[in-house]
Design a protein around this ligand. Sequence first.
Ligand SMILES: Cc1cc2nc3c(=O)[nH]c(=O)nc-3n(C[C@H](O)[C@H](O)[C@H](O)COP(=O)(O)OP(=O)(O)OC[C@H]3O[C@@H](n4cnc5c(N)ncnc54)[C@H](O)[C@@H]3O)c2cc1C
Length: 264
Amino acid sequence: MLKEESILFSLKKITFPFRMPYLYTLMTVDWQQGRVVKIIEETWNTRRFFIEAYQTTTFDFKPGQFVTLDLPIHEKKNKRWRSYSIASRPDGTNVFELVIVLVDDGLGTNYIFENIKVGDEFTFRGALGVFTLPEPIEHDYYMICTGTGIAPFRSMALDAFHKAKPCKHFYLIYGTRTKGDLLYFDELKQLELDFPSFTYIPTLSRESWDGRTGYVHAIYKELCNGKPDAHFLLCGWKNMIDDARRNLAEMGYDKHQIHFELYG
Ligand SMILES: Cc1cc2nc3c(=O)[nH]c(=O)nc-3n(C[C@H](O)[C@H](O)[C@H](O)COP(=O)(O)OP(=O)(O)OC[C@H]3O[C@@H](n4cnc5c(N)ncnc54)[C@H](O)[C@@H]3O)c2cc1C
């Protein structure tokens, strides 16, 4: 038995705690090659990468899933892996989009921003993950995120709109520091006009404007007052997710109503 197989065998015998499905799927899906076909500078520190999975004609995934890149930044395999949620919707082509923020002193993102150009190829695995919407969608969903945590929600909302999926209502509560940090702002404003089941609520924590200000937490507390059937999708970094989970538990929501994708 190979080393990886024996780890899988022992993993199958135990109940998966919190992060195990993530590790499990990372170990069981094949690697393939991708080619960068377009890069857009979305904000001062965030880029959109369009990747062609050129070994296949259709890159199939569920909105909310992610891919894992194998970057040449370390000798050990698992220290080279960085995961990114797919920001585009499954449209039947073999091109998908990632939206990546440059992290100060971040090994992977500094490599990506300094080295990856249009035409470059890299190895990736996926699509992976279980941070996806159920079918049918029977509840209102409050999507709560900051920064690049918007990626899976953009994919979900665009997919529901383009496929005219029967759904209740999506509320996208999106926090950044300034207006210039808001990703996909014009597109999501337009989507709100075109898609009656979608409400977009951007909020800024460090700038005044004609929209909401402050952190995301005040907004779902206000909107969900008296809505015991609401479901929540949280995506982003630990501090925001920890605070939201604690608040939602205090508001009386059960664990099965709160789903999250932790970036780190
Ligand atoms: C399932 C999944 C999906 C993800 N999707 C995305 C995505 O769509 N877009 C995206 O930009 N990132 C995403 N991430 C995060 C990504 O995988 C990397 O962790 C991130 O790009 C930093 O990698 P790095 O090698 O540059 O930093 P590292 O060298 O690995 O880390 C540097 C340090 O900074 C911390 N850190 C890293 N980034 C941030 C941040 N933004 N805010 C606060 N602390 C941070 C790390 O925890 C670490 O302590 C996702 C992570 C997971 C697990």
